[in-house]
Design a protein around this ligand. Structure first.
Ligand code: EZ4
Ligand code: CO
Length: 402
């Protein structure tokens, strides 16, 4: 089953997506997401200029060999650009294998371990009251797990807070904007928010929170400790995670469950966190951590240490990644939760898919392969538009961790 064609499709149906389409001599095609927020064209070039020429003529059935060929066979290993490109190839090959064998991808990777996949949605508001209302809206939509982010008193804008509608897209067209940040104000306000949410919604609703890598370890420890009475499902990205040992300090001070890893690319970024049991959830994703094949290796290591999966699923992870994530989630034993930020109707029209949301959970569908496709003609009507996430400075103008 030779690969006869592969091409990269860049499209902007509301936000930029990079999609790899691989075609075999039998006429089967597979898709892989290769979107790297704000650096999309780097991955597109990596694939088009350096990977695709080496793929043509290879046997699409040899997923593991092709993964190792693109990883071990190349001098430059790891990094988000490389690993997103490898992920796209790997995902497309699993899609092809499923179609060739006429079965959903989850059946190729152990079969279903559960009936459906628990997901969490993003509720946010400009202030506390607004956030309470947003959580109520998500609960009414059926969500059993909700991430709550709020504007902070004294700060003009806060990352993660929607401008008010369901389809929140954090990347902004044009050059990056800059926001002002104060960890002190954030740490003073956040326990008040969760106290109120527990009063309002009771104990059963799962509440999550994302600190977006903005605290130092001791600040994160204080945050985790101050949130303990409100028993969060998790506190995400409490610190920038280049230094895995930062989590030792946080762990010594708090029982709030910790999640990290949406920007990790390989098992090498998280094996220490997992083996020392410094985290509870690993957030690596199909698209940014080397595809379904590598994500399964991370999950297998995590399972040994009681760490569960909680893959990133923001809007910059395309419906192709979302479909692949759901096949992974439903099959892997130590699944925890899946992030699910709804894509816009424009995006969903470009990527018709079999997965569905119902009662706070998702199901990947039973279509052979991943159950997702791309409408190339429609994709072509949305050309690439430069866009970035906002940046962050402290109140005195110093650049702060993203
Ligand atoms: O900042 O997807 O958990 N979700 C998040 C997202 C990320 C963006 C980065 O590309 O943190 O909003
Ligand atoms: Co996050």
């Amino acid at each position: 089953m030779k690969i006869v064609d592969a091409r990269v499709i860049v499209s902007c149906p509301g936000r930029n997506f990079v999609t790899l389409k691989v075609v075999t001599e039998d006429g089967i095609h597979g898709l892989g997401d290769a979107t790297l927020n704000g650096r999309e064209l780097a991955v597109a070039s990596y694939l088009t200029d350096h990977v695709i020429p080496c793929l043509i003529g290879r046997d699409a059935r040899r997923i593991e060999d092709i993964w190792q060929y693109l990883y071990k066979g190349v001098y430059w290993r790891r990094g988000p650009v490389t690993m997103s490109a490898i992920a796209a190839v790997d995902t497309a090959l699993w899609d092809i294998k499923g179609k060739a064998l006429d079965t959903p991808v989850y059946n190729l990777i152990g079969g279903r371990s559960r009936d459906s996949v628990l997901v969490y949605g993003h509720a946010s508001g400009r202030d506390l009251e607004d956030t309470v209302a947003a959580v109520a809206t998500y609960q009414a939509m059926g969500y059993k797990a909700i991430r709550a982010q709020s504007g902070i008193p004294g700060l003009a804008s806060t990352y993660g807070v929607s401008k008010g509608d369901l389809y929140y897209e954090p990347a902004e067209k044009g050059l990056p904007s800059e926001s002002l940040w104060s960890t002190e104000r954030y740490l003073n306000f956040t326990p008040t928010l969760f106290k109120r949410l527990r009063q309002e919604f009771g104990d059963d609703l799962h509440l999550l929170h994302d600190a977006h890598h903005r605290c130092t370890p001791i600040e994160a420890a204080r945050l985790g400790k101050s949130l303990e009475p409100y028993h969060l499902f998790w506190l995400e990205d409490a610190v920038p995670a280049e230094a895995q040992e930062s989590f030792r300090l946080i762990r010594q001070h708090t029982t709030t469950p910790l999640a990290v890893g949406e920007i990790f690319n390989t098992i090498h970024d998280c094996y220490q966190l997992i083996q020392e049991q410094l985290i509870d959830y690993i957030r690596t994703t199909v698209v940014h951590a080397g595809g379904i094949s590598h994500l399964r290796r991370i999950a297998s290591l995590a399972e040994l240490y009681h760490v569960r999966t909680g893959s990133h699923g923001a809007t910059d992870l395309s419906p192709v990644c979302m479909a692949a994530a759901l096949h992974f989630d439903i099959s892997v034993h130590n699944f925890g939760i899946q992030e699910y930020m709804r894509h816009t109707p424009e995006t969903d029209a470009v990527f018709p898919h079999a997965y569905v949301f119902q009662d706070g959970t998702m199901y990947p569908g039973d279509t052979p392969g991943l159950g997702v496709d791309i409408n190339e003609a429609l994709a072509a009507t949305y050309p690439y538009e430069r866009a970035y996430l906002p940046m962050n400075r402290t109140l005195d103008g110093t650049m702060h961790s993203w």
